[in-house]
Design a protein. Structure first.
Length: 421
């Protein structure tokens, strides 16, 4: 039987994909997951499924909540019913045969399940009577059980406290602490573990022993992934993220050429605000922008600062855009010679003729530099950086920054600034 999966939550809401038999991993880690989801709340290995001819089984999960089928918790290894609603933390999904059509609304899955159960049930008078009798006996049994627990509850509570302390007495849990609010009989377990799997094992222990608990455990692996992601969005792709000697702290190493002065100076604040569980960072990153500082100095010295704009690209090439007259061209040659003497050909200046002077005038832009990294941005003469979707001081919105052009939009008008040799 060929199966397909459909998602009802997140960025992939409404997406369907066919599944091949075998182990299938859903998560946010591109290295481990077969299907990658980047929504908030999705773990690195969120859900492990086994695709079989008969259907789909749930092998394991990393979300804190036990996955549910139509609102009912499932067991590990349980075969899931097709065309039924499945919940795994923030993830809502279902599956069916390739030829079947799944509804667009996940609530319709539950309705279909209820209708299926109702259609299969035989509402005979005999079964209704049996159900009523069983219900009465169940109520009596639960009442007697609660009365039985009322006496020895405190003893069981103390025993569970010792059992939990023994369970946490392991090397991998050395940064875990436990305290108890006795009036609420609440176990508060907090601290740090190396990875999500260790946190999940503690969560399962507490759930399996029916302990009333509050879990405040953070995964160092997840903290590092979050720090790397934020650095990546800021354009710092080559910074090394390591564990610090102080638990809950992160060490940063490496060298960068470009920095956003405002975001870089507030790096620790940004991380503590956006990375849950992070206590702080030790920033050992070396900033190497001496060549750009020297270039700006030379542009001012040779009176070309208002004529040329620069853009550092890969392979240590710095492109300069603009039109030069004879005198300015000679000044640029002298500038280039001075620059080469200082940096000994480690960086190469490349002059590119750009027909963007009319468009610049039209858009009233005063561009100082361009970065075409993973997160492209413009640098204006006010030394501020503007990335895609930013609104410029002149009122235009940046819609694209590419190798050969910059696209702006104001009201319904699109302005294209072309950069070409």
């Amino acid at each position: 039987m060929n199966w397909k999966i459909r998602f009802y939550s997140g960025l992939n809401k409404g997406v369907e994909t066919e599944l091949a038999n075998g182990r299938f991993i859903i998560g946010s880690d591109p290295v481990q997951a077969d299907l990658i989801l980047i929504d908030a709340g999705i773990e690195a290995v969120h859900l492990i499924l086994e695709i079989e001819e008969e259907g789909i089984r749930v092998i394991d999960w990393s979300c804190e909540e036990t996955p549910q089928q139509n609102g009912q918790a499932i067991n590990q290894g349980e075969m899931l019913l097709p065309c039924n609603r499945q919940d795994a933390g923030m993830l809502i999904w279902s599956y069916s045969t390739v030829k079947q059509q799944l509804p667009a609304n996940p609530d319709e899955l539950t309705d279909n399940h209820i209708k299926l159960i109702n259609s299969q049930q035989q509402h005979t008078h005999k079964k209704r009577v049996i159900f009523i009798v069983i219900a009465i006996f169940s109520i009596l049994f639960v009442s007697l059980y609660l009365l039985f627990l009322a006496g020895p509850a405190e003893i069981d509570y103390i025993q569970e406290q010792h059992k939990l302390q023994n369970y946490l007495n392991k090397e991998e849990y050395k940064y875990i602490t436990m305290r108890i609010e006795q009036d609420k009989q609440l176990f508060i377990v907090g601290g740090y573990v190396q990875n999500n799997q260790q946190r999940l094992l503690i969560k399962r222990y507490l759930d399996n022993n029916n302990l009333n608990h509050q879990l405040n455990i953070y995964s160092i692996e997840e903290i590092k992934q979050s720090v790397k992601y934020i650095l990546h969005t800021m354009g710092y792709n080559h910074i090394e993220v390591n564990n610090s000697e102080k638990v809950g702290w992160i060490d940063l190493f490496g060298e960068v050429r470009f920095i956003n002065n405002k975001s870089w100076s507030n790096l620790a604040t940004i991380f503590k605000r956006d990375v849950v569980g992070l206590k702080g960072i030790n920033n050992h990153v070396k900033i190497n922008d001496d060549h750009l500082k020297k270039l700006v100095e030379l542009l001012e010295q040779y009176e070309l600062i208002n004529v040329l704009i620069y853009n550092e690209k890969e392979n240590n090439i710095i492109e300069l855009y603009g039109y030069l007259n004879e005198k300015q061209r000679q000044q640029f040659i002298e500038l280039q010679q001075t620059f080469n003497i200082e940096f000994k050909q480690r960086y190469k200046l490349k002059l590119i003729k750009a027909d963007n002077h009319i468009k610049k005038k039209e858009s009233r832009l005063d561009i100082k530099g361009i970065s075409l990294g993973r997160s492209p941005y413009l640098i204006l003469r006010n030394n501020m950086k503007y990335s895609i979707n930013s609104i410029l001081p002149t009122g235009e919105t940046i819609t694209a920054i590419e190798d050969n052009k910059i696209i702006l939009k104001k009201n319904s008008q699109e302005i294209i600034i072309t950069l070409k040799e």
